[in-house]
Write a protein that binds this ligand. Structure first.
Ligand SMILES: Cc1cc2nc3c(=O)[nH]c(=O)nc-3n(C[C@H](O)[C@H](O)[C@H](O)COP(=O)(O)OP(=O)(O)OC[C@H]3O[C@@H](n4cnc5c(N)ncnc54)[C@H](O)[C@@H]3O)c2cc1C
Length: 461
């Protein structure tokens, strides 16, 4: 049995944090983090490193160095596998922790908060400096999209000597880090700090530039030796049930981006405002929980999140054995702030009054399970129909693929049956991140970008 227990008290008080958009996590004291780092066994075969972290962060080595206050070594080890630990240490669900050897019998080591301490100490001590290539190789790359995968590709190729320009449709770089993930999870000053470093390294950002509309992909292919599409998966999954045309039904990202843009001064008023409203979030995932947290801060009268899938188990089921990423109930900081959560709820139709939504007719389902313990088929529970009262519905049911707004059509890129884009190495067109793999996580988008950096160095270097 470990003598030091995992720390659970990591958030600012609910009453305080619901009043602002500052990061919800409190700054742990140096002693608290040191004790958590000491829980790390420095295992002979560290599954957190080899199996959990898509970037391959050498977690035990980082922890061992940091536990002795050797921040230079800890940062040096961390920065060998990750260019941007300041993002993952704030938003990553920590796949490494699910693979931590301690978690077989006890609670996992608190890897994410330890990573945060290492990278923030590195910034504080001036260890994070622009990294310039020893020599430029004369080749230029156009990266389209500045989310985590685009930024990671740009950084990797710049370090390898390529001259990189990042084209971004939005007003500022960052992708979903800036226009999606709420400020209370990731302070945008953290994104700005990294972009400033990248600019000092010689990476150019051309924002307010939608490739395929403002400039053509053909022009970029002439201008650069290779092009990387890191355009994300922005097409949201819709809920086409009767009443969809009513006012007051919005996609989650429209709602979340509006708040991001008001916070950063790009917009004066919220395009979708939850103030005083009974908010219904349809979709039980992380985006839905971000909507809940944002709705609380906007002053919603009530917030409810419904999900058609069943409530996941509290403990790791046999279908997702250690060290895989488990299918378990996840309770975010936003869930801890209030509101209601329901599972097994299917939506039948939006109910309207004077052209605006005033409710959603739903029914309960019961799931049939496969041999592996995973839900396979929903069965209607007879007589369970009811109407949930709401005047603001937020659709947070995931994303169906890339936006078809000119670029993909112009390049005539193939797509997999699941709508992921495929690159075309013969034309030196590469794809990475969510657009190549489907909507996933910041850490996976960055790990995929690492692969593309290697491919381009191999093909053009
Ligand atoms: C609300 C929300 C919350 C999330 N929270 C988390 C979290 O807490 N932790 C986590 O790990 N993951 C989270 N994710 C997932 C994560 O944000 C994504 O997996 C990740 O951002 C994908 O990175 P990317 O670089 O592939 O694409 P994106 O971040 O989507 O960036 C794509 C960029 O390409 C730009 N672009 C698109 N088309 C063009 C064009 N034609 N020309 C120029 N630019 C273009 C877009 O404007 C955008 O800036 C969240 C996702 C959402 C939607």
């Amino acid at each position: 049995m470990l003598q030091i227990q995992r720390l659970h008290d990591i958030y600012r008080p609910v009453d305080e944090r619901r009043q602002d958009y500052r990061e919800v996590e409190r700054t742990l004291s140096p002693e608290e983090v040191r004790r958590q780092m000491q829980r790390c066994h420095n295992c002979g075969i560290p599954f957190c490193h080899g199996s959990g972290c898509p970037l391959g962060n050498a977690v035990p080595d980082v922890n061992a160095a940091a536990a002795t206050d050797d921040w230079t070594t800890a940062y040096r080890i961390l920065s060998q596998t990750s260019f941007f630990p300041e993002f993952t240490c704030r938003v990553c669900p920590a796949l490494c922790e699910a693979a931590c050897c301690c978690s077989v019998t006890e609670e996992a080591v608190m890897v994410r908060q330890c990573e945060k301490r290492v990278i923030e100490m590195a910034f504080e001590r001036g260890l994070v400096q622009p990294v310039l290539p020893y020599v430029r190789n004369g080749k230029t790359i156009g990266v389209i999209g500045s989310g985590p995968s685009g930024l990671f590709v740009a950084e990797g190729l710049n370090r390898a000597g390529f001259t990189v320009t990042v084209y971004e449709a939005n007003h500022r770089p960052g992708g979903l880090l800036r226009y999606g993930i709420p400020d209370f999870k990731l302070d945008k000053a953290v994104v700005d700090r990294r972009i400033a470093l990248m600019e000092q390294e010689g990476i150019r950002f051309e924002t307010d530039t939608r490739v395929g509309k403002d400039i053509s992909a053909a022009y970029l292919l002439r201008r650069h030796d290779a092009m990387v599409l890191a355009i994300g998966t922005t097409a949201p999954r819709d809920l086409q049930i009767p009443g969809r045309e009513l006012h007051g039904i919005h996609f989650a990202l429209e709602f979340l981006q509006g708040q991001n843009r008001v916070n950063n001064g790009e917009l004066a008023t919220l395009p979708v405002n939850a103030k005083g409203k009974d908010v219904l979030v349809i979709g039980g995932g992380d985006t839905g929980s971000d909507c809940m947290g944002t709705a609380f801060r906007q002053g919603a009268a009530s917030v409810r999140q419904v999900e058609i899938m069943p409530r996941p188990p509290e403990a790791r089921p046999a279908s997702t054995p250690w060290p895989s990423w488990p299918w378990i109930l996840r309770t975010s900081s936003s869930h801890l702030e209030g509101g209601a959560r329901e599972w097994n709820v299917a939506s039948d139709r939006f109910v309207g009054s004077d052209g605006a939504v005033c409710g959603v007719e739903v029914h309960q389902v019961q799931w049939e399970y496969g041999a592996d313990g995973r839900p396979t088929k929903p069965v209607v529970v007879e007589g369970s129909g009811r109407v949930i009262r709401t005047d603001l519905v937020l659709l947070a049911m995931g994303f169906t693929g890339v936006a078809h707004d000119g670029l993909v059509e112009e390049l005539q890129l193939k797509q997999t049956p699941r709508t992921a884009l495929m690159g075309d190495a013969s034309r030196h067109v590469y794809v990475t991140g969510d657009c190549a793999n489907g909507a996933t996580l910041v850490v996976r988008a960055m790990a995929d970008a690492k692969r593309v950096v290697q491919n381009i160095i191999h093909d053009l270097g």
